[in-house]
Design a protein around this ligand. Structure first.
Ligand code: TXA
Ligand code: MG
Length: 374
C-alpha cells in the first residue's frame, strides 16, 4: 500500500502530510514528491538500504548516479569538499531552481550507492514548496531520481507516479502538475574554465553563460541531435574544478529513456518548411495505416490542423509561440499515446533553442534517435 497525501500549497515543514512523509524518509522508506521539474522518488541519501529501495522500485540500473536534493546552502557545504567560484555563481543565480551542479563529493557523507562510486555528486535545490518542506522536515539530504519506472516518461502529475510505482513505494505527496515538466539542467564547472552541460533542461546554456561569465559547452551526445559516429563521448571530459578524478559524464544518458511503447520517429530539423514536414508525415501515416498500424502525431498546436483525420490520435504539444508549454506537456503527451494503444508515432522536430534544446533532447531519446530529414 502506498500512503497518499494532498500536499500543502505553501512552504510548511510542520504540515501533517509533510511530517508523516518526512518520518517515512527517516525510517529508510521511499516517498514520491513534486518538484518544479518532474516528480521525484526520494530516499535518505545517507542510508544505503533506503537508496537501494529507489533502484528496486524503479527497476533502474544501479550504475546510474542519483541527484541529491537540498533545502539550504548549509546542506551543500556538508556534502561537498568545496564549491568553486563558477559553481557558486550558478547556485546563487539559479537556486532554488532547475539546475543540478556536479561537485566534488566529501568522502563518507553519502551512501556510495547514490553516486555509483563516483567522487562527484550531483546536487540541486528544487524550487517547489513541497520539496523544500519535505527536505527541511526530514533534515537529511534526499536522493531522488524521477519517480517513473525506468525507461518510462518522467512523471509530471502524481497520477503518473501512481501508475508506475503505486504499491511499490511507501508514500506519495500530490502537489498537482509540475512546472517545467522536464528534468533539471545538469552542469559542471570544468577545470578548463568552461561550464559543461551534461543534460539540457529548464536553464538554457545562454542563461548559464550569462550568470557564470564564461563559455558554456553542451556535451555532444546531448546537444539535441544524435551523437556523431566516431565522436567518443566523454573523451574530452574535463575534471570538475577541485576534484581529483572524473570518470563518466552524465552516466544515465546511455540508457533508453522516456520511450513510449509505440515506435516514435522525429521528422525534420525544427526549421524546415512546415508544409513539407506535414507532407512527409502524412505520407508516413498513409504507409503506416496500410501496414495496419495505429498512428499518432505529436506537433506544436499551430500545425495540428495538418494532420486532423490523417492520424488516429493527434496531440498538440505546446506551441511554437510558447516553447515552455511544450516542455510542460511533453511527457504527459508521450504517456497518452501508450494509453491509446498507438503503435506508430510521428513527431515534428521543434526548434532547439532555449528550452527547445531540452525538448529535442528528450524527444530524440524517446525516439531512440530515429530522425528523418525532409
Ligand atoms: O529535475 C530533476 O533533476 C529530477 C527531479 C526529481 O529533481 N531528477 C532527476 O534525477 O532527473 P535522475 O536521477 O533521473 O537524473 C540524474 C542525472 C542522470 O543523467 C545522471 O547520470 C546525472 O544526473 N548525474 C548524477 N550524478 C552525477 C555525477 N556525479 N556525475 C555526472 N552525472 C551525474
Ligand atoms: Mg529519470
Amino acid at each position: 500500500m502506498t500512503k497518499y497525501w494532498i500536499a500543502p500549497t505553501e512552504y510548511n515543514p510542520q504540515h501533517e502530510a509533510i511530517v508523516e512523509a518526512a518520518a517515512m524518509l527517516r525510517q529508510g522508506e521511499q516517498v514520491g514528491f513534486p518538484t518544479e521539474t518532474v516528480y521525484g522518488l526520494g530516499a535518505d541519501a545517507r542510508n544505503t538500504a533506503a537508496v537501494e529501495g529507489i533502484f528496486a522500485a524503479k527497476g533502474r540500473p544501479s550504475d546510474n548516479p542519483l541527484i541529491v536534493h537540498i533545502a539550504d546552502m548549509g546542506m551543500l557545504e556538508e556534502l561537498v569538499v568545496q564549491v568553486d567560484p563558477v559553481s557558486r555563481k550558478l547556485a546563487e543565480a539559479f537556486w532554488p531552481g532547475p539546475l543540478t551542479l556536479i561537485l566534488p563529493l566529501r568522502p563518507g557523507v553519502l551512501s556510495p550507492r547514490v553516486t555509483a562510486g563516483l567522487d562527484t555528486v550531483g546536487v540541486r535545490m528544487p524550487d517547489h514548496p513541497v520539496a523544500l518542506s519535505l527536505i527541511t522536515a526530514a533534515a537529511c539530504p534526499v536522493a531522488a531520481p524521477s519517480a517513473n519506472r525506468s525507461g518510462r516518461p518522467s512523471p509530471t502529475l502524481a497520477e503518473h507516479v501512481r501508475e508506475d510505482l503505486g504499491g511499490r513505494i511507501a508514500g506519495l505527496l500530490d502537489g498537482g502538475p509540475t512546472g517545467v515538466g522536464l528534468e533539471s539542467t545538469v552542469a559542471m564547472a570544468g577545470s578548463d574554465g568552461r561550464v559543461h552541460v551534461l543534460r539540457p533542461g529548464g536553464i538554457s546554456p545562454a542563461e548559464l553563460a550569462l550568470a557564470a561569465g564564461c563559455a558554456v559547452v553542451v556535451a555532444a551526445a546531448d546537444a539535441g541531435h544524435p551523437p556523431q559516429p566516431g565522436a567518443a563521448p566523454g573523451a574530452d571530459a574535463p575534471q570538475p574544478a577541485g576534484a581529483a578524478e572524473f570518470r563518466p559524464r552524465a552516466p544515465g544518458m546511455k540508457y533508453t529513456h522516456y520511450a513510449p511503447q509505440g515506435e516514435l520517429t522525429v521528422v525534420g530539423d525544427g526549421h524546415a518548411e512546415p508544409a513539407r514536414v506535414a507532407e512527409r508525415i502524412n505520407q508516413l501515416l498513409h504507409e503506416a495505416h496500410a501496414a495496419g498500424q495505429r498512428t499518432g502525431v505529436l506537433v506544436p498546436a499551430e500545425h495540428a490542423a495538418y494532420y486532423r483525420g490523417a492520424a488516429d490520435l493527434v496531440i498538440p504539444c505546446g506551441s511554437l509561440a510558447d516553447p515552455a508549454a511544450t516542455g510542460r506537456e511533453l511527457f504527459a503527451a508521450l504517456r497518452r499515446f501508450d494509453e491509446a494503444g498507438v503503435t506508430r508515432i510521428y513527431a515534428e522536430a521543434y526548434p532547439a533553442d532555449g528550452i527547445g534544446l531540452a525538448v529535442m533532447n528528450r524527444l530524440l531519446k524517446a525516439a531512440g534517435n530515429r530522425i528523418l530529414d525532409v
